[in-house]
Design a protein around this ligand. Structure first.
Ligand SMILES: [Zn+2]
Ligand SMILES: [Zn+2]
Length: 191
């Protein structure tokens, strides 16, 4: 959702507020509401490329990729993104996709989450800090925030006089639906 605001100097400023994110439990994804940011992801990425020691060109394909990634909020891996783009008849090469993904991580626009056997990406820019529960049966990722987690981690860092630059908390296990399905199956097996 992009709104237009005209400032005192009649300068056009685009206030980019990322999609309002609803709870999408039925599609296996639970997410948090987005936070408002003053720059669009495309603008932020352009700024990042310009700020490199050797300024990098912002290609049309990279722009399309950033727009595509930020048009929907979900956790995705590189292969899903490649398939997705193929479906949309977009012929961005695999190499460009991988290269751009790592630049987007570096630019602070997306975050890479290491799930062990694979890595997934999600929006970092314009999205609040959160933790994840990952179902090892169906792959569902549930996002959550809890002030106690933050408090405890801060206390631990203080105790060790450790200067934190961020943390990742990932809880692996089985989601409610998969757990239910497993119990039902077990019951059937007993009959
Ligand atoms: Zn599950
Ligand atoms: Zn997430």
């Amino acid at each position: 959702m992009t709104g237009t605001v005209i400032s005192g100097q009649n300068r056009l400023e685009v206030v980019h507020s990322l999609m309002i994110i609803k709870l999408l439990e039925e599609s296996g994804f639970v997410s948090l509401p987005a936070i408002e940011v003053s720059q669009s992801p495309v603008e932020k990425f352009r700024e990042y490329l310009m700020s490199r020691t050797k300024a990098q060109r912002f290609t049309e394909q990279q722009k399309q990729l950033v727009e595509h990634i930020f048009s929907q909020h979900h956790h995705f891996d590189a292969d899903q993104l490649i398939d997705n783009l193929k479906e949309a008849k977009n012929s961005i090469s695999r190499a460009t996709i991988y290269r751009t993904l790592s630049k987007l991580v570096d630019a602070g626009l997306i975050r890479r989450i290491d799930l062990g056997e694979r890595s997934v990406y999600e929006h970092d820019y314009g999205y609040p800090h959160h933790e994840h529960l990952v179902c090892q049966t169906c792959g569902k990722m549930i996002e959550f925030q809890h002030s106690m987690v933050e408090t405890i981690l801060r206390e631990i860092c203080e105790l060790h006089q450790f200067q934190s630059s961020g943390h990742t908390l990932l809880i692996r296990g089985t989601c409610l639906e998969c757990n239910r399905a497993r119990t039902t199956k077990r019951r059937f097996d007993l009959i």
